[in-house]
Design a protein around this ligand. Structure first.
Ligand SMILES: Nc1ncnc2c1ncn2[C@@H]1O[C@H](COP(=O)(O)OP(=O)(O)OP(=O)(O)O)[C@@H](O)[C@H]1O
Ligand SMILES: [Mg+2]
Length: 248
């Protein structure tokens, strides 16, 4: 279980400021939904946490490691503890579900061994059991391209678990799924939080889903945190603060 903590995080882009002195705590083993209008900085926030982007100022502490400052093996080890899933799944479409999950162990086995598929029996068994864990037993050898959207997202979750992550970041993970598959994936995230103690941070455009699945909600607007609290504390007034006059 790891806590993630942002302290005065600022991220600039050429066009402006995506995050402006953002502070937030994501307690170990909690499920937090980050909501806010398009362009508020939600994806940037996740990229600063997983090390894909580097904050320009402030600290991004993940399990005590500052992702904004870490380098080399310290950064790579911290990144291993943070899995990310995306709206468009980011699987290797021509590879099987099993191979996609095995890719989660790439950092562990090294590029050359992975290139020759030398993941070893123990890792392959682990990948199979993770596919079973996410409800994809029997689909191991199916190409990712032919999995349904919901199955693809569950495969991506298994890949994140394969890397041994303790935090799971999800950037609009169900935005392109139908309601039934969306609920399946969200329930799986909730189960991983409860059963594995994963720290889940999910960006969402659905206030309803955020309310139903998250313990805490962070509202972002134009790079600022404008709300932090429980779903119960999210009133129509606070929604207006987050979304302005847009309909939430
Ligand atoms: N690589 C980049 N280069 C320049 N500007 C960027 C880059 N990435 C993000 N931005 C800008 O930073 C701001 C925040 O973007 P971000 O993608 O984090 O928003 P978001 O809340 O995830 O939006 P959405 O709900 O549409 O996904 C936006 O103004 C965006 O244009
Ligand atoms: Mg986004």
């Amino acid at each position: 279980m790891i806590e993630i903590r942002l302290e005065n995080v600022t991220k600039y882009y050429s066009g402006g400021t995506a995050l402006d002195r953002v502070s937030a705590v994501f307690p170990a083993g909690s499920f937090t939904a980050v909501i806010g209008p398009s362009g508020a900085g939600k994806s940037t926030l996740l990229r600063c946490i997983n090390g894909m982007d580097r904050a320009d100022a402030g600290r991004v502490l993940a399990g005590g490691v500052d992702m904004a400052a870490a380098r080399g093996s310290v950064l790579r080890e911290a990144q291993r503890r943070i899995g990310t899933i995306w709206q468009d799944f980011c699987l290797v479409e021509q590879s099987t579900a099993l191979d996609n999950v095995l890719n989660g162990a790439l950092a562990e086995v090294g590029f050359w061994r992975a290139l020759f598929g030398a993941f070893g029996r123990v890792r392959t068994e682990r990948a199979r059991s993770l596919l079973t864990r996410v409800g994809l037993s029997g689909k191991e050898l199916q190409r990712a391209a032919s999995l349904s959207g919901g199955e693809k997202q569950r495969c991506a979750i298994a890949r994140a678990l394969m890397q041994g992550c303790e935090a799971l970041l999800a950037d609009e993970p169900v935005a392109s799924l139908d309601p039934v598959h969306a609920e399946n994936v969200l329930s799986l995230l909730k189960r991983l939080q409860r059963e594995e103690g994963a720290t889940v941070i999910m960006n969402s455009h659905s206030v309803d889903q955020a309310r139903r699945y998250a313990d805490f909600i962070v509202g972002l607007r134009e790079g600022h945190v404008v709300f932090t609290g429980t779903p119960e504390a999210l009133t129509s007034g606070t929604l207006k603060t987050i979304y302005g006059d847009e309909v939430a």
